[in-house]
Design a protein around this ligand. Structure first.
Ligand SMILES: Cc1ncc(COP(=O)(O)O)c(C=O)c1O
Length: 402
């Protein structure tokens, strides 16, 4: 009776089973996979949210339902203002489509760009969500490789491999800028040939920039919103990462590229969004006030991530066989253990849960398979005292496993 978009086997994997068993025994878990900022004792986002909610409670307009499929005009204007300031080039409110989360933004784009069975190209390693979202829309994914140079934080796109993997069913190339979990920006030297390739082959570029404000340093601008002769492109971002407020379920798509194509894309996105009207205008209307607090929120996150990254660096420093990979942005860190074969990632992850009460993600969750080394991905948001304890148990256990 069921279609094939959802895999028939939904049984939990071995790590999820170990976690379930552990939850029964009552020992507190140090969860280094925690990426939900509302569980990490942060205060700037919640304070801004309280202020915005009390303003909204006093606003009679909040009592009216007057849906606009692309989002309320004032919200689109606030998002356009955010990109105009951040990226240093004007973005018009009419080119912004507000969505109920970034996942919905991806789903709308796959509906806009693809026939069932068409192909979207996604980076590997990468955050595993995009493939799942594509599959739910009947769209296939092909991986293109990101390569880590021997030195430095910037992973590079294997452009020849991208080109070689294109087929006549290819519709879009997805970029994650900055990337999760490598924390690397797309290198400007990779953007220009990708734009050229997309223009030549009638492909769209989708740039997921949810972590663009989580930079260690000045960061990069959205290269796609700058180019006059850019191909059709879509920049994604949202409140869950920019404001550390995932409970809003508000994200957006900024559309750019050649004017006729761009306007046709916005009109079609409006048609798609109109079929669902899934965005809560009430939640969206909090965004203008919240975006005014974004510098404060970003600074608290920056300090949290830097503090925890320093704890992690100190914990692994005595162990030369565990390497903390450099990163430029984002909320994640990658540990690489060249003396541990990748096949042992899962068993060690389970031992960490069962014997050390520490939870981490194995590298294979993110297709981190470069070289014959094991990897683990750690989220850097946890409250620092708990994070430091988790990092030191983790480093000891990995050193003993190697
Ligand atoms: C690169 C990337 N894009 C999108 C998302 C999902 O964002 P949202 O919470 O807005 O659905 C995540 C979540 O971690 C992510 O890592």
């Amino acid at each position: 009776v069921f279609g094939s978009r959802v895999a028939p086997d939904l049984a939990p994997n071995a790590i999820a089973c170990a976690l379930d068993r552990r939850c029964g025994d009552g020992t507190p878990l140090l969860d280094l996979t925690e990426s939900n900022p509302t569980r990490c004792g942060l205060s700037a986002g919640p304070s801004a949210l309280r202020r915005a909610l009390s303003q909204l409670a006093a606003d009679p307009a909040a009592l009216l339902y007057d849906p606009d499929p692309c989002g309320p005009a004032a919200v689109r204007a606030a998002i356009a203002g955010y990109h105009t300031r951040r990226d240093g080039c004007p973005l018009a409110p009419e080119h912004v489509v507000v969505t109920a989360g970034t996942s919905e933004a991806y789903a709308h784009l796959f509906r806009l760009l693809c026939e069932p069975g068409d192909l979207v190209h996604v980076p590997r390693p990468g955050y595993p969500l995009v493939e799942q979202l594509a599959a739910l829309e009947g769209v296939a994914t092909a991986h293109y490789a990101l390569r880590k140079p021997a030195h430095g934080a910037r992973w590079r796109i294997d452009l020849a491999a991208v080109e070689a993997s294109l087929t006549r069913r290819s519709r879009a190339i997805v970029l994650i800028h900055p990337h999760n979990p490598t924390g690397a920006w797309v290198d400007p030297a990779d953007f220009a040939p990708l734009c050229e390739l997309a223009r030549d082959r009638d492909l769209a570029l989708v740039s997921d920039e949810v972590f663009a404000d989580a930079a260690d340093g000045p960061g990069e601008r959205s290269a796609l919103l700058q180019g006059r002769d850019a191909p059709l492109c879509f920049v994604l971002s949202g409140a869950s990462k920019v404001l550390a407020l995932p409970q809003l379920k508000v994200a957006w798509i900024a559309v750019a590229g050649e004017a006729t194509l761009r306007d046709a894309a916005v009109a079609r996105l409006e048609h798609i969004a109109d079929a669902f009207l899934s965005l809560s205008p009430l939640a969206a209307s909090l965004l203008p006030a919240l975006l005014e607090a974004r510098a404060e929120i970003a600074e608290e996150l920056r300090v949290r991530v830097a503090t925890n990254r320093a704890h992690l660096a100190r914990s692994v420093a005595p162990h030369p066989d565990i390497e903390l990979l450099p990163a430029e942005a984002g909320w994640a860190a990658i540990l690489r253990a060249p003396r541990i074969p990748p096949e042992r990632e899962e068993a060690i992850t389970i031992t960490l849960l069962e014997q050390h009460a520490v939870r981490v993600h194995p590298g294979y969750f993110f297709d981190l398979t470069e070289g014959a080394a094991a990897h683990w991905v750690i989220q850097l948001l946890l409250e620092p005292a708990r994070f430091a304890e988790g990092a030191s148990r983790l480093a000891e256990a990995l050193a003993n496993a190697g």
